[in-house]
Ligand binder design. Structure first.
Ligand SMILES: O=C(O)CCC(=O)C(=O)O
Ligand SMILES: [Fe+2]
Length: 307
């Protein structure tokens, strides 16, 4: 496991926020025009710290967020949610709409095979208190498993889908949140099989692929899935493996989506909270024994026809 307490070499001023994950980077004005050495240093800091934070980036427009993002990889729009008007790929999460509250532990878009490698999130409107985000280091979670559980995890495969039982996960969802889930988020249903443990393509670390899109373990009953998932996921959610970020407007958080899960704390009631995300194309995960994830099903639901 990389050591989060060792600062990233120059030219970046990276200060760890928690012992196992997260660093704040000072003195960088994010833009599409940053020198290549700074971009390389940002990527190195990301691999080491898993999530990095930049304060005071209020100069960023949607366009400049996209321009900066393309320096770290290829923009990929969300597979089912339309990009914000005037952008090619920005996903807006607005607490006033059905899409706005990501209050379940997840890794972004794991219902497709080559899910994004990096997500870049900009705080646009932030409540005075509440609405923090928590990230977990899934390499640290894997490392903290007992040896026998590591071996079990190494051999498990999970089915991930965006067409899960929404009401079971969010029994208190509003009618608008349910409508959005049915008509937009899961309008095209994906099912993808991932190894529970992937080998990180850049660091070689073993990381866990779990989170709320995981619905079954291949070859296990639903009941066994629930027990085993709860056990493995508990290492992800262990507070020692996490960092919590108190947002200010203009903050940017960048996470390695291959080595983290995150959770948007839903404690701010009906206050407005708006964040905007870009995601960068990832590669197909590879298991510890060299097998690759595969999308087994993609179904686009027929729109209801007029009688
Ligand atoms: O609202 C947040 O802080 C995080 C939302 C989320 O899950 C994401 O942007 O991928
Ligand atoms: Fe997310």
């Amino acid at each position: 496991m990389t050591d989060n307490s060792i600062a990233t070499p120059a030219p970046l001023d990276a200060r760890p926020v928690a012992a196992r994950i997260g660093a704040e980077i000072a003195g960088v004005r994010l833009s599409g025009d940053l020198p290549e050495a700074t971009i390389e240093a940002i990527n190195a800091a990301l691999l080491r710290h898993k999530v990095i934070f930049f304060r005071d980036q209020t100069h960023l427009s949607d366009d400049e967020q996209e321009r900066f993002s393309t320096r770290l990889g290829d923009l990929v729009p969300h597979p089912t949610q339309a990009p914000r008007a005037g952008t090619t790929s920005i996903l807006e999460l607005d607490s006033r709409t059905g899409s706005g509250r990501a209050d379940a532990w997840h890794t972004d878009v794991t219902f497709v095979a080559a899910y994004p490698k990096i997500s870049i999130l900009r705080g646009v409107t932030i409540p005075p208190v509440g609405g923090d985000t928590v990230w977990s280091n899934t390499a640290a979670a894997y490392e903290s498993l007992p040896t026998d559980l590591k071996r079990l995890a190494d051999s498990l495969w999970a089915l991930h889908t965006n067409a899960y039982d929404y009401a079971a996960l969010k029994p208190r969802a509003t009618a608008e949140e349910r409508r959005y889930f049915d008509e937009v988020f899961s309008a095209t249903a994906y099912e993808t099989e991932h190894p529970v443990v992937r080998v990180h393509p850049e660091t070689g670390e073993r990381t866990l692929i779990l989170g709320s899109f995981a619905q079954r373990f291949i070859g296990y009953s639903r009941g066994d899935f629930q027990h085993l998932y709860g056990l493995l996921q508990s290492y992800v959610q262990r507070v020692e493996n996490t960092v919590r970020w108190r947002w200010r407007e203009g903050d940017v958080a960048i996470w390695d989506n291959r080595a983290t899960q995150h959770y948007a704390v839903n404690d701010y009631g009906d206050q407005t909270r708006v964040v905007r995300r870009t995601t960068l194309e990832g590669d197909v995960p590879v298991s510890v024994d060299g097998r690759r994830s595969v999308t087994v099903k993609k179904t686009t639901r027929q729109p209801a026809t007029a009688a």
